[in-house]
Design a protein around this ligand. Structure first.
Ligand code: BEZ
Length: 212
């Protein structure tokens, strides 16, 4: 059964390029991104892990721990990591899980047999500090993911967890946000002191509340 938004994600222990980990202990009280890739020594995966390494400081700023997984073994991960660092001009410092027994792949439904019987697809999960699933996405092997989009979603999730707002299509940090329908306009005008723009009674914008 696949994981659904709001579900508590399963814990596991795993062998990784950074040693044995307990997933919940690794996440501690922060956010997490767990993402699978089909196989080591493949071109798209090389660029994805490189991009994630180059964005590591952005994930750190948001208190997000990143961890990758595929069904390859630890020695292969370690030697491939050298290639990623060399070709993508980066330093991969997040763990890569060696999921040879497909334990993690099974728990997170990362093998889609009609795509491949043996390899994990490009799954990605954003996990909140409450260990609940906040986003999942699945890309095919042929399409590399957009890790700046993952950061953008995390910005939205962290903002909307704190304030009664939602973010509109294509929102970027710093742009106006939407007042959620559960808040009356009268209440919104009291809460959002930077002002509320009423386009329709159900479509109300306010400047992003947590910036000056
Ligand atoms: C890749 O990462 O380049 C890749 C992996 C599996 C199938 C196709 C592409």
């Amino acid at each position: 059964m696949s994981l659904r938004l709001g579900d508590t994600v399963p814990n596991f222990t795993a062998n990784t390029t950074e040693g044995e980990i307990d997933f919940y202990e690794f996440l501690a009280d922060g956010w997490g991104v767990l993402f699978s890739h089909p196989a080591d020594y493949t071109p798209v995966c090389t660029t994805e892990l490189g991009k994630t390494a180059l964005l590591k400081h952005e994930f750190d700023k948001r208190n997000v721990k990143v961890i990758a997984v595929s069904v390859d073994g630890i020695d292969k991960h370690l030697s491939w990591r050298n290639d990623i660092n060399e070709t993508q001009n980066c330093s991969v410092e997040f763990p890569i899980i060696a999921d040879e027994d497909r334990k993690v792949a099974g728990l997170y439904d990362m093998i889609h047999p009609n795509a491949s019987e043996t390899f994990t697809v490009r799954s990605l999960f954003i996990i909140g500090p409450d260990k609940k699933l906040k986003l999942s996405l699945t890309y095919p092997a042929s399409t590399g993911r957009n890790f700046n989009e993952v950061l953008r979603v995390i910005d939205s999730l962290q903002l909307t967890a704190k304030y009664s707002v939602a973010t509109p299509a294509d929102w970027k940090p710093g742009e106006d946000v939407i007042v959620v329908p559960a808040v009356s306009t009268e209440d919104a005008q009291k809460r959002f002191t930077k002002g509320v723009t009423i386009v329709k009674p159900y479509l109300r914008y306010t400047p992003q509340p947590n910036i000056d």
